[in-house]
Design a protein around this ligand. Sequence first.
Ligand code: 5AD
Ligand code: SF4
Length: 436
Amino acid sequence: MPQDKKLYIKTYGCQMNVYDSERMAEAMGGQGYVTTDSPDDADMILLNTCHIREKAAEKVYSELGRYKHLKAEKPDLKIGVAGCVAQAEGQEIMRRQPMVDLVVGPQSYHRLPQLEARARAGEKALDTDFPEDDKFETLKHRPKAKRGPTAFLTVQEGCDKFCAFCVVPYTRGAEVSRPADRILSEARDLVERGVRELTLLGQNVNAYHGHEGGLAGLIKALSEIEDLKRIRFTTSHPNDMDDALIAAHGECEKLMPYLHLPVQAGSDRILKRMNRQHTAEQYVRLIERLRAARPDLHLSGDFIVGFPEETEEDFQATLDLIEEVRYGSAFSFKYSTRPGTPAAERDQVDEAVKDDRLKRLQALLTRQQRALQDEMVGRTVKVLFEKPGRFAGQMVGKSEYLHAVHVESDTILPGSVHSVRIEDSGANSLSGRLVA
Ligand code: 5AD
Ligand code: SF4
């Protein structure tokens, strides 16, 4: 097959989209496509979209607008929309933007080559099914190329939780766990090709049930792969954090002491309205149990401010919870409506109030993040090195707690783990010296 066609993929949103984009590139590799970093010389442009935050569809239309002149210059250029916006609004996109040749939802990526062929034949090709056949099985043939030291590996998709603000249960569908043997063989293959750290992905990853003992069982099985040095997972729901997974944080050496465990809000009234199905107190007790298993655990979270009907008192409860937990990192968002979700129909909080709350929340989170990062100075941490830094003679990697760490060295190889004594804490990273 001639390797003469170029594919440009623009990826939005979560790590799962990054993983999916890689798989789509591989699937199109079988059709003679190689990837390019520029839309200008592409024969096919794919937007892998995200629907989780505000005005997702509008962003897609404005991005498409930018490609109009390319399509005019090169009528053979095919343009596709993938991901969660495609899933939610595929028909509408095709209707509103005739320049789009194909639309493919997240569960149908293995059918991309057929869709591309239909588009080449002049058809408008749309596939937003939730098919029976397993996209991962069909897409599993990654080329045997060498890989960098870190990789994502999707282990489950979809979510049954139906938080009142969230589109995921609608765009990604019901919770589905991939069979463990397939995950293990994909993991072994990645490790053979140089990967040393795997981040297991899923919209509700700790609901994973494809292995005996759930996600903890899978992590234990993965930790037997000798050259795999580190395991992480994201994103979890507090109610799926079972005893075995809590214990694994203390027992499994390869499982890193960093956990992304979103709580969204600290007021029980709002948590209830969000349909989170736990209280603030239950979340805080859960964190205590996790810290009992792994005292140096760094926590990360997601927060939403200005959820419908949130009062100043409710918001204060979120700040109080943050003070109590102390987060090493966090993501925070103003609530924004998603058509079709229950909260979209409710009384909305004033935009100026949301802005003010987000500012105050982020100021607190930044202070905490900075304080926890500064506390690393003087400590010795293990760093998995990934690549040369911005300056000559520098290597950069990640601590167990996911801090970026810079070290001056000409000898460190990517993929190796070394002890580093931290000497300085900068805006977004640490720096230090190798410990002999
Ligand atoms: N508005 C604001 N934030 C949202 N998130 C999900 N849906 C919304 C919404 N409608 C945030 C949640 C979630 C993260 C991935 O995105 O905090 O954990
Ligand atoms: Fe969305 Fe996460 Fe809630 Fe599932 S658990 S509905 S993915 S916020």
